[in-house]
Design a protein around this ligand. Structure first.
Ligand SMILES: [Zn+2]
Length: 151
C-alpha cells in the first residue's frame, strides 16, 4: 500500500497524539497553525469509526484546535474533512484539516477553501512550485508544538 499517511508515526512526525489518532503539522501549511488529525491505522472513512473512536477523534481534534488557537492568540478556526475523491479527498486515509484563523489573514474569510484545494492540486502536480517546509523546518515546528501539548 502506498499511503503517505500510514508512514507517519508519533515519534517522528506528530506533535500530539491520543490512543488512536495523531496530530501532525501540515508539511505545506496554507496558514500558520494548519495541522491534520489522522488515525494511526489506515482508515478511509469516518463511517469506519465506531462510536467510541468517533468521540475520541472529535475530542482530540477539539483539544488540538484549542492549543493551536491559544498559540496564535485567536479563537477562530476552520475544520475540513473531505470524504471520497468527488468531495476533494486527495489521500484516501481519513484526515481532518484544522486551520486556525486570525483577523484579516485572508482578503475574504471564505477564501480558505479554494486555497486549500489549490494547495492540494499543486502538491500532487508540482511540489517544487509551492512553499513547503524543509525537514528541518518541519522538525522545529513539531518540537515547538510538542512543548505546548506536553509541557
Ligand atoms: Zn493510510
Amino acid at each position: 500500500m502506498n499511503c503517505p499517511f500510514c508512514l507517519l508515526n508519533s515519534n517522528e512526525h506528530a506533535f500530539a497524539s491520543s490512543r488512536n489518532f495523531l496530530a501532525v503539522y501540515d508539511i505545506s501549511p496554507m496558514l500558520p497553525g494548519h495541522s491534520l488529525i489522522i488515525p494511526r491505522e489506515h482508515i478511509e472513512s469516518l463511517h469506519e469509526l465506531d462510536q467510541e473512536k468517533l468521540a475520541e477523534f472529535f475530542l482530540f481534534a477539539r483539544k488540538v484546535t484549542k492549543g493551536l488557537c491559544e498559540m496564535l492568540d485567536t479563537d477562530a478556526f476552520d475544520w475540513s474533512i473531505q470524504e471520497k475523491e468527488e468531495a476533494g479527498q486527495s489521500v484516501s486515509h481519513l484526515h481532518m484539516h484544522i486551520i486556525p484563523r486570525t483577523k484579516n489573514d485572508l482578503p475574504n474569510p471564505g477564501d480558505w477553501y479554494p486555497l486549500l484545494m489549490k494547495n492540494k492540486k499543486q502538491t500532487m502536480i508540482d511540489s517544487a512550485n509551492r512553499p513547503r517546509f524543509t525537514d528541518t523546518e518541519f522538525l522545529a515546528m513539531t518540537q515547538r508544538l510538542r512543548k505546548k501539548f506536553h509541557p
